[in-house]
Design a protein around this ligand. Structure first.
Ligand SMILES: [Zn+2]
Length: 304
């Protein structure tokens, strides 16, 4: 068995998988983010221990997905948001290895999301994929030639903060980034600017289905921007497929038409159409993807 752990801002999800990544059991516990890295890993380990009691089998390895910038080789968190206390700098994999006595691996959560969708989800077996998560922010990851492309700083595929999408201020301090149009937070902000009304992205989506023209316009801008990011990526590294997850992808019926229209209007220079799909593993993608990393690193499979 392999364990996959998703340490999120509010909840930590743990799955136990067989070698073919079938999930045999899973659980979810609150993340004690304010209590520091040691407490967060302790909560995850307790959850793994609970699953091992329920499903007696030999544990071969553990994969962990975590928000923020991580050093995937050293298994350490580099940069974390302010809501995580004593998490930046924390050596996650050595803490897990010391506690459980099996190899452990750490990934950024968006990279783990893409690993999961490629291993078991909407783009299973696809070799060249851009993964995007449209949540509070916008995350991205690249899967090239059947393996994750992480880059020298672990930041390959970070599409949310590339410029060229207007001039609006971004959560990172920059301007005109994709995230200013396509994140849940931005959808709510853009709608508020047009109408003076304060709604969540989900409520804006509901308004769009009631033919609110401002709500429709905000989602059209999001879908068009996402398409543009996919086209830029296709032009740079010749991806064939994009998979889109995160809370905003729940409004797929609003995102997909402008997205497909933009792709059709400016097809890739390769002449090959791009395939864009909604993620299928839901909130389990990160934990399953983390388990998939452990499986790959331990040589149970060399390629997904
Ligand atoms: Zn930004």
């Amino acid at each position: 068995m392999f364990a996959g752990v998703d340490i999120g801002g509010t909840t930590t999800q743990v799955v136990l998988c067989t070698a073919d990544l079938t999930v045999v059991d899973s659980t979810e516990v609150p993340t004690p983010a304010s209590q520091g890295g040691r407490a967060m890993v302790r909560a995850a380990l307790d959850a793994v221990g609970l699953l091992r009691e329920r499903v007696p089998a030999r544990l071969l390895g553990v994969g962990v997905g975590a928000a923020g910038v991580v050093d995937a080789r050293a298994g350490r968190v580099l940069v974390a948001s302010d809501s995580f206390h004593s998490w930046a700098g924390f050596a996650v994999t050595s803490a897990v290895e010391n506690a459980l006595g099996v190899p452990a691996f750490l990934d950024n959560d968006v990279n783990a999301f893409l690993r999961g969708e490629v291993a078991q989800g909407a783009v299973a077996g696809e070799p060249h994929v851009l993964g995007m998560t449209l949540g509070t922010g916008v995350g991205g990851a690249l899967w090239m030639n059947g393996t994750l492309l992480d880059g020298p700083h672990g930041a390959a595929g970070e599409i949310g903060h590339i410029p060229g999408f207007g001039d609006l201020p971004c959560s990172c301090g920059g301007r005109g980034h994709l995230e200013t149009l396509a994140s849940g937070r931005s959808i709510a902000t853009r709608y508020g600017e047009r109408t003076g009304r304060s709604l969540t992205a989900r409520a804006v989506a509901e308004a769009a289905t009631q033919d609110d023209p401002d709500a429709i316009a905000v989602y059209e801008a999001a879908g068009t921007a996402v398409a543009r990011a996919i086209l830029i990526t296709a032009g740079m590294v010749d991806i064939t497929t994009a998979v889109i997850g995160g809370g905003v992808s729940g409004s797929w019926q609003l995102l997909e038409p402008p997205l497909l229209a933009a792709l059709a209007a400016e097809p890739p220079v390769s002449g090959h159409p791009l395939h864009v799909v909604r993620a299928s593993l839901g909130s389990g993608a990160v934990a399953i993807g983390a388990a998939s990393r452990a499986r790959t690193e331990l040589g149970v499979v060399t390629r997904v």
